[in-house]
Design a protein around this ligand. Structure first.
Ligand SMILES: NC(=O)c1ccc[n+]([C@@H]2O[C@H](COP(=O)([O-])OP(=O)(O)OC[C@H]3O[C@@H](n4cnc5c(N)ncnc54)[C@H](O)[C@@H]3O)[C@@H](O)[C@H]2O)c1
Length: 357
C-alpha cells in the first residue's frame, strides 16, 4: 500500500470539516492542527489525536506534514499558502484563493517556483449535479450558450458577523467583500466554469439588514467573452434564507437548478417525447426529494462531502505527479470577476475583468 499523505490544518472553524474529511479520505492522514485560539485548538487536537500548534510557523517545521490546508480568514490565505509552499508543503486553500489578485498571483508563482501543488476548495464543482450540467454543456447539447443567471438568496444573522474571530467577516481586509465574495463566490465560480470567461461587468451593491463594512446584497450584469449575457444576485439579507437558483440557457435548451436539485432539464432531442423522457430521468436522479436544512440559513449545513473529494484529489495528484483539479489559476477567475463587480459598484461604470490585474 502506498504511504499515506500527511496533512496539517490551520484555522479551526471550517478547518474542522477539513479535519473530519482528511480523516475519512483514502490515502490521507491528519498529522497536526493549528489555531491561535486555544479554545478551538485543544478540543480539535484531542478529538483527532493530532499534534497541536499555536503558531503556524512552528507547524511548518513538522516533517511529517506533506500538505497544509489553509482555513483561516480569506485575506490570510495567500500569505500562509506561500509560506507553506516555501517550507516544502503542498497546499489546499479554502475559497476564495485570497481577496487580492496580486496576492493570488504571488501564490500561483510560489507554486511554480517551489514545484509544490496548490489546490483551492470549490467543492460545488465536484457535486454530481454540477458535473452532469458541465457534461451536457461540453458535449454541445445545449447548443451555443446565451445566458447564465445565478441568484443566491441567503440569510445570515448579525451574530454571524459579530461573533466571528477578530470580527473578520464582513470586512474588506479579511473577507474581501460580503455576500458576493464570501457566499456568492461559489455561484460565480460555477457560472464561469459553465460559461467560460467574463469580459466585463456592471454591478451595484448595498447593505440593508446588517452592520458591516461590506455589502449584504449585490447585483450585477455580466458580459461573457462568448457573447452570452449573465446576471448574478447575492444576498445574506434574504430572511429567512431561501434557495440558490441557477438558470443556464443555450440556443437548444435550458437547465434550471435550485440548490442541489434540478428543476428543469430541457435539452433539444429528436422528438418532444424524447426530451421529456430525458428530463424525467434526470429529475428522478437530481430532482428535489425532500426539504431539509440548507446553507441558505445555516453556514454549517454542507450537503455534500466535497472537501473529502478534494483531499483525495490532492493525494492522487501527488501520487500521479499531476496538477490538482482546481488550480490557483482556475480559482482566480471568480475572485477577479467579483472584484470587478465591487469596482463597478464603487465607480458606477462597466468594468473589464482583465483591467483588475
Ligand atoms: N468551502 C466552503 O463552503 C466554506 C464554508 C465556510 C468557510 N469557508 C472559508 O473558510 C475560511 C475560514 O472561515 P471560517 O468560517 O471557518 O472562519 P472562522 O473564523 O470560524 O475560523 C478561522 C480560524 O482561523 C483562526 N486563525 C486566525 N488567524 C490565525 C493564525 N494566524 N494562525 C492560526 N489560526 C488563525 C481563528 O482563530 C479561527 O479559529 C474562509 O476563507 C471562508 O471563506 C469555506
Amino acid at each position: 500500500m502506498a504511504q499515506e499523505v500527511g496533512f496539517g490544518v490551520v484555522g479551526l472553524g471550517m478547518g474542522q470539516t477539513h479535519c473530519r474529511d482528511i480523516t475519512d479520505a483514502q490515502g490521507a492522514r491528519l498529522v497536526a492542527v493549528c489555531d491561535v485560539d486555544e479554545s478551538r485548538l485543544n478540543p480539535v487536537a484531542e478529538k483527532y489525536q493530532a499534534r497541536k500548534f499555536g503558531r503556524f510557523e512552528e507547524m511548518l517545521r513538522d516533517s511529517e506534514i506533506d500538505v497544509i490546508n489553509v482555513c483561516t480568514y480569506s485575506g490570510m490565505h495567500a500569505d500562509m499558502a506561500i509560506a507553506a509552499m516555501e517550507a516544502g508543503k503542498h497546499v489546499i486553500s479554502e475559497k476564495p484563493a485570497d481577496v487580492n489578485l496580486a496576492k493570488i498571483d504571488a501564490m500561483i508563482a510560489a507554486s511554480k517556483r517551489t514545484g509544490k501543488k496548490l489546490q483551492v476548495i470549490f467543492q460545488e464543482r465536484f457535486m454530481p449535479v454540477n458535473r452532469k450540467i458541465k457534461e451536457a454543456i461540453e458535449s454541445g447539447r445545449l447548443g451555443r450558450l446565451i445566458g447564465c443567471h445565478g441568484d443566491l438568496r441567503w440569510w445570515r444573522a448579525q451574530s454571524y458577523y459579530d461573533n466571528s474571530a477578530d470580527h473578520w467577516r464582513g470586512t474588506w481586509r479579511w473577507d474581501g467583500g460580503g455576500s458576493l465574495m464570501n457566499q456568492g463566490v461559489h455561484t460565480m465560480d460555477l457560472m464561469q466554469w459553465f460559461l467560460g470567461p467574463v469580459a466585463s461587468v456592471f454591478g451595484v451593491t448595498g447593505v440593508y439588514t446588517h452592520k458591516i463594512e461590506t455589502e449584504d446584497k449585490a447585483a450585477a450584469v455580466l458580459k461573457f467573452e462568448s457573447g452570452a449575457i449573465g446576471t448574478i444576485n447575492t444576498m445574506t439579507c434574504a430572511y429567512p434564507g431561501l434557495a440558490t437558483e441557477l438558470f443556464i440557457q443555450g440556443e437548444q435548451g435550458a437547465i434550471e437548478k435550485s440548490d442541489a436539485n434540478i428543476r428543469t432539464w430541457r435539452v433539444q432531442g429528436e422528438t418532444k417525447e424524447a426530451e421529456e423522457a430525458e428530463e424525467a430521468e434526470v429529475l428522478a436522479e437530481f430532482g428535489r426529494k425532500e426539504k431539509g436544512v440548507s446553507l441558505s440559513s445555516d453556514p454549517n449545513a454542507l450537503p455534500f462531502r466535497g472537501h473529502r473529494v478534494q483531499v483525495e484529489d490532492m493525494v492522487n495528484a501527488i501520487r500521479e505527479g499531476r496538477p490538482p483539479t482546481i488550480t490557483g489559476e482556475s480559482a482566480r477567475n471568480a475572485v477577479a470577476i467579483n472584484l470587478a463587480i465591487y469596482e463597478s459598484a464603487r465607480t458606477g461604470r462597466e468594468v473589464r475583468v482583465r483591467d483588475m490585474g
